[in-house]
Structures are given as structure tokens and as C-alpha cells.
Design a protein around this ligand. Structure first.
Ligand SMILES: CC(C)(COP(=O)(O)OP(=O)(O)OC[C@H]1O[C@@H](n2cnc3c(N)ncnc32)[C@H](O)[C@@H]1OP(=O)(O)O)[C@@H](O)C(=O)NCCC(=O)NCCS
Length: 139
């Protein structure tokens, strides 16, 4: 498979296109631009001239690291691109920490996708000593 993972090249337009291709609702361009510029790292999976996937690492670069917006367009799925993007994001998170210090990368799994992440080394919450992940929607 002729495909590269690149960092820092994803445009807001391509991000929006990947979201649309994955059936996700449209977002205002200004929000997409802010999401990219505020990320610790943004990765694209590029096959030829086409961007077929992406993932972002967001956080404070110290204690909080979140893997988000893992997207692979339908025709390119089940070829290992999603897994490679996850591994790339985790590897990038490690670069923020001094040698020998562990980094904790969190994520919110899509419903039913938990097994994909546990096979890549993530622990499903709640787990021993750790409660459930929680969130609040605020208007
Ligand atoms: C989730 C998502 C990113 C996975 O991307 P992907 O490129 O298909 O991921 P991979 O190819 O690495 O792995 C997907 C599955 O294909 C399998 N696979 C990988 N290479 C394969 C191959 N060559 N032949 C057959 N199966 C293969 C993997 O084992 C994995 O199986 P699993 O789901 O049972 O764990 C993609 O389905 C997607 O974009 N979904 C919509 C958006 C979404 O839900 N994002 C995640 C939000 S949490």
C-alpha cells in the first residue's frame, strides 16, 4: 500500500472533507481552523495525492493528552491505516515527556469501537482503580 503519514500538513478544507466522507456533521470553518491550530499535532494519511485519513493529538503537552478525530475514509478502511494513525499519535505524545516518564493518552471511543482500541493497547474504563470517563454537554 502506497501511503504516508504526514504531520502538520492537513488543511481545514481537507479536515472538513474527511468529516463529510465519514458521515460526520458539518462544522463552521473557523472552528475547524482553531481545532487544527490548537492541536499539539495533526497527522494525515496520504495515498498518492489524496488524504484518506487523519488523527489529532490535543492536550497541554504535560499531563493531558487526548487522541481525537481519528478518521479514515470508507474505501481505505481495514488496511491498517487507522491503527497506524493511533500508533503515530501515541508515539508523538511520548516525545513531549522526558525519557523514562510515562505518558497517558486518553480517547473517547465511538460506540462499538472499543475492541479496536483495546487491541492497540488502550484500557477500557472503568478499570481497576479508575472510574468511568465522563462528559457534560453544555448549551
Ligand atoms: C475507526 C476507523 C478510524 C478505523 O480505521 P481503519 O483504517 O479501518 O483501521 P484499521 O484498518 O487499522 O483497523 C480496522 C479493522 O480492520 C482490521 N484490519 C486491518 N488491516 C486489515 C487487513 N489488511 N485485512 C483485513 N482486516 C484488516 C483491523 O484488525 C481492525 O479490526 P477490528 O476493528 O476488529 O479491531 C474507521 O473505521 C473510521 O474512520 N470510522 C469512522 C469514524 C470513527 O468512528 N472514528 C473513531 C472515533 S472513536
Amino acid at each position: 500500500m502506497d501511503m504516508d503519514i504526514r504531520e502538520g500538513t492537513l488543511t481545514p478544507e481537507t479536515f472538513a472533507g474527511l468529516r463529510a466522507a465519514c458521515g460526520m456533521p458539518e462544522l463552521e470553518p473557523a472552528l475547524i481552523e482553531r481545532a487544527i491550530s490548537s492541536s499539539l499535532a495533526v497527522f494525515s494519511a496520504v495515498a498518492g495525492s489524496r488524504t484518506v485519513g487523519m488523527a489529532r493529538l490535543v492536550g497541554d503537552g504535560a499531563f493531558v493528552f487526548l487522541l481525537c478525530d481519528l478518521l479514515v475514509v470508507p474505501l481505505w478502511r481495514r488496511r491498517g491505516i487507522g491503527s497506524l494513525l493511533v500508533e503515530t499519535v501515541v508515539g508523538r505524545a511520548k516525545t513531549f515527556m522526558p525519557s523514562g516518564r510515562a505518558v497517558v493518552v486518553s480517547l473517547f471511543s465511538a460506540s462499538g469501537r472499543e475492541g479496536f482500541y483495546t487491541r492497540l493497547g488502550f484500557t477500557e474504563l472503568p478499570a481497576t482503580g479508575l472510574g468511568a470517563g465522563m462528559q457534560m454537554f453544555c448549551l
